[in-house]
Design a protein around this ligand. Structure first.
Ligand code: UD2
Length: 380
């Protein structure tokens, strides 16, 4: 992250860049001399540019895309497909029949919107038919990453088989398995439009390292491969299985899942990193929710920014001789405190099999299986 972005100052170069995005996002343009720029700024298009400056500045994704020339390049195709309409322009097919929505009746036992007005997705808050019909028209590709390093490969078969039944059924899905045992990939029959790719990674003697390096490899995968064709990405724990629908209702800019172990707890009990020396530090009295490290996602550009930030903060911490309490989960929680998720998924989207089900949880979509840590991790 450079100083300019940290300080929030907007220079003439940025204004010039923003001025040209409406014609072609990836094109580098110069606006001539300072006088010409000043003249344009006083005309109607100039005013529009200024409004756009403010708009993009307050929406970090687009600010990054347009302000950081270096970061535009790998995402050029992505940018050309117009991120704005991809995410915000929801076109329903004409004559689609679905249940009449209401703004006065619905779920009253749970909160369905955050204080920054992001939806919190619970069963009964969305219409799956409507959602799928909207996203079918967008012809999207969803990537999923899952790490199966060492003995964790044993969880992969059930993860993949249940994903076939419940995870974005009917959509184009590309699952990437990061593993040190590519030859042990299970045979799972995948539906048309869905595929599986092994991505070799080194093994490790420390589970903490495996968990923590996920952000680095996710960043790498997006930069090397996914930017060419994927729209959304979800990053999931392998020691889990799907039980019911996880679909288009979960799509959003930056998407986080509230941890099933802490959603009823006071924020003072959240296991955030509490040492100020760490870049994952969250101070007492701060933090919205405690989010899972085992499931997060969103638009490719957003997840790239998240992975890159968490990876670089984790690395900088390591140089200073500190590892956050819950590795990348701690860094993710710090990131989400500052960069608010645009969609929050309820603990239906990552439950834990050892927990009793609470009455507000009407459906379990995805859950972590019970496991014997001592038997499967490379270290204790
Ligand atoms: C929690 C998080 C997990 C991570 C971890 C802290 C949830 C549900 N889980 O789970 O995402 O943030 O705390 O680091 O939020 N893995 C391997 N091989 C190994 C060890 C781990 O492939 O030897 C991968 C695998 O994909 C696994 C993930 O790393 O699902 C997380 O490891 P874990 O499940 O052992 O961590 P856990 O249960 O503490």
């Amino acid at each position: 992250m450079n100083r300019r972005r940290q300080s929030g100052l907007i220079g003439e170069r940025e204004i010039a860049l923003i001025g040209c995005v409406s014609t072609r996002l990836t094109q580098k343009t110069t606006w001539g001399d300072a006088e010409a720029r000043r003249r344009r700024a006083t005309t109607l298009p100039g005013c529009c540019s200024r409004i756009r400056v403010l708009y993009y500045y307050f929406f970090p994704t687009f600010r990054d895309l347009f302000f950081e020339q270096k970061e535009i390049t790998p995402f050029s195709r992505y940018a050309e497909r117009n991120i704005l309409s991809q995410e915000f322009h929801l076109v329903a097919p004409d004559h689609l029949k679905y249940n009449q929505p209401s703004i006065v009746s619905g779920r009253t036992d749970v909160v369905t919107v955050t204080p920054w007005l992001a939806p919190v997705v619970w069963e009964g808050t969305f219409d799956p038919v409507l959602f799928d019909s909207i996203y079918k028209q967008k012809n999207i590709t969803i990537a999923a990453t899952v790490f199966a390093v060492g003995k964790y490969i044993m969880f992969l078969k059930e993860f993949l088989e249940t994903a076939e039944k419940h995870f974005f059924v009917g959509f184009r899905v590309h699952v990437f398995v990061f593993t040190d045992r590519p030859n042990e990939l299970p045979q799972v029959k995948m539906a048309a439009g869905r595929q599986l790719t092994a991505y070799p990674v080194p093994s490790s003697k420390r589970w903490q390292e495996i968990s923590a390096r996920r952000m680095e490899f996710i960043q790498e995968l997006i930069e090397k491969e996914l930017h060419k064709y994927a729209d959304y990405i979800f990053c999931l724990d392998v020691d889990s299985r799907f039980h019911s629908r996880w679909g288009t209702e979960s799509l959003g800019g930056l998407v986080a899942v509230v941890h099933p172990g802490y959603y009823r707890a006071d924020r003072s009990e959240f296991p955030y990193e509490r040492r100020p020396e760490s870049r994952a530090y969250v101070a007492p009295g701060e933090g919205d929710f405690y989010y899972c490290g085992g499931a997060f996602g969103g638009l490719l550009q957003e997840v790239h920014q998240l992975a890159k930030t968490c990876h670089s903060n984790f690395k900088a911490d390591a140089t200073d001789g500190i590892e956050a309490a819950w590795q990348e989960e701690s860094h993710l929680n710090r990131y989400m405190w500052i960069n608010k998720p645009s969609k929050v998924l309820s603990p239906e989207y990552l439950w834990q099999d050892f927990k009793n089900i609470n009455p507000e949880v009407k459906i379990i979509r995805f859950s972590g299986v019970i496991k014997n840590y001592a038997a499967i991790r490379p270290n204790v």
